[in-house]
Write a protein that binds this ligand. Sequence first.
Ligand code: BES
Ligand code: MN
Ligand code: MN
Length: 445
Amino acid sequence: MDRNHLLRELSDFLRIPSVSTLPAHNQDCRRAADWVGAELRRLGCSDIQLLGSETHPVVWGVGPEAPGAPTLLIYGHYDVQPPDPLGEWITPPFEPTVRDGRLYARGAADDKGQVFCLLKAIEANGTPPVNFRFLIEGEEEFGSKVLFDLLKREPQRVAADAVLVADMSYVAPGWPAVYSTLRGLCYAEITVRTSKTDLHSGEYGGAAPNAHEELCRLLTRLKSENGHVNIPGFYGPVKRPSRTELAAWKKLPFKEKDFLDKRVQAKGLVGLKKYSVLERLWALPTFEIHGILGGFTGEGAKTVIPAEATAKVSMRLVPNQKLKAVERQLAAAVKRFAPRHVTATVRFLHGADPAQIKLTDPSFQKLDQAFKSVLGRGTVPARAGGSIPVVPALASAGAPVILTGIGLPDDRLHAPNEKLELKQLWDGIEVFRKFYELLGKNGPS
Ligand code: BES
Ligand code: MN
Ligand code: MN
C-alpha cells in the first residue's frame, strides 16, 4: 500500500472537526460518520447502516462473508475531544501535519488514526480471513448514549467470537500491551447557591455567604490534600491488585521519575503515596475538578459576592465500583458536607461502569503472536486509567474484548499537539493484518 496515499486518506478523516460534546459540530460528526461509511463500502461491506442519531450515528457494517471463519467485531469511535486551548497547538488541530515522522492532529491517536489502522489492515489482507462486523460510534467522548440505546434495543449486534478495540497505547515504545481493566467514570456538576442574587462585597461582605468560598470548602471536604476521596462508601468495593500483578508491573518499562519529568512535567506527583504510581493510575479511583464557573472572571476588578458557583467534577471508578452506587454516594456526601445556609445540588452528565476482562481466550495469544512477528516483542498485560463506556456492554454476550492499541504514552490525548507516530501506524497495519490472518486460521472458536 502506498504510504503517501494512506496519509492523504487519514488526513481527510482528521480534517473533519467531529467534536461530539459541542452542538456546533453536529454536522461535522455526521460527516465523519459518512466518511467511515464510505470506507466500509470500499472494503466490500454488504450491509452498512447509520443508526440511532441523525448527527452522531453509530456506523454499523457487515464485512464480506468468510464461510466457516470466526466473527470479529471491530469497535472504535470517530468523535474527538474539543481542541482547546487553540493557542498551544504548533499547527492547527484540524490541519493534520507531519513533523519528524509524527502526524499531529486532534484525533490522530484517539481514535481516528487507530480506526484507520484497523480498516487498512483489512485491505492489506486481500480476501478477508474472518467475518468482520463494525460498530464505529460518534459519541464515545460524551458517554456513548446513542450506542448504549442501540445495544439495549438490539443486543445481538455484539454477537461475535471476539471484539477488537484499538483505542489505547503501548506501555512504552516497543512494548505493546493488552489491557485487563478500564476505569469507569462518573461525571457531575456540583452547584452551590448562597443567596437570591449577587451582592456588593462592601455592603454585605463579612456577613453574607459567598458561593465560591462555600464551593471551595465543599470540594476540599470531598477530597483531602493527601489524595484520599472522603465520599462515604467510595472505596468499599475496591480490591487491591494481586501480589503477582503488582510484581509484574514492577518489571514494566515505567519509571516514576521519568513519568514526572517527561510526561506530567510538573514539580511533583500527588496522590495516595503509600501506593505505587501505577497502582494509583490503574487500580485506584479518583476525584478530579475540571473547571469552576461563576462569579466575576472578566478583565479588571468587580467587587461582588457571587450567589452561585458550579464545579465540573468527575470520578474514575475501578472494578467492583458501580456507577449508580457512586452517583448516590456523591449526592449524599454533597448533602452532608454542605452547611445549612447553602443550597447544594448535583447534576450527573454522563458516566460509565469500569470494565474487567479475562485475558484467557486463545485470541489474546494470537494478538501476542502478531505483535511478536512484527516488533519482536509480544503484548504485556496492563491496566488502563482511561474509560471506554461501552466496553462492559460489548463484553455482555460473552465474547472476549481485546483492548489494545498502537498509540504511545506521550501522544497527548485530549491535549494540545496530539500526535500519532507514523511508525506506530505502519507497524500497526502489519500487526492487525497478521492478527486477522491468525484468527482466521483455526476456524470458528
Ligand atoms: N481512548 C480513550 C480511553 C483511554 C485513554 C483508555 C487512555 C486508555 C488509556 C477514550 O477515547 C476516552 O478518552 N474516553 C473518555 C470517556 C469519557 C468521556 C466517558 C475518558 O476516558 O475520559
Ligand atoms: Mn478513544
Ligand atoms: Mn478520548
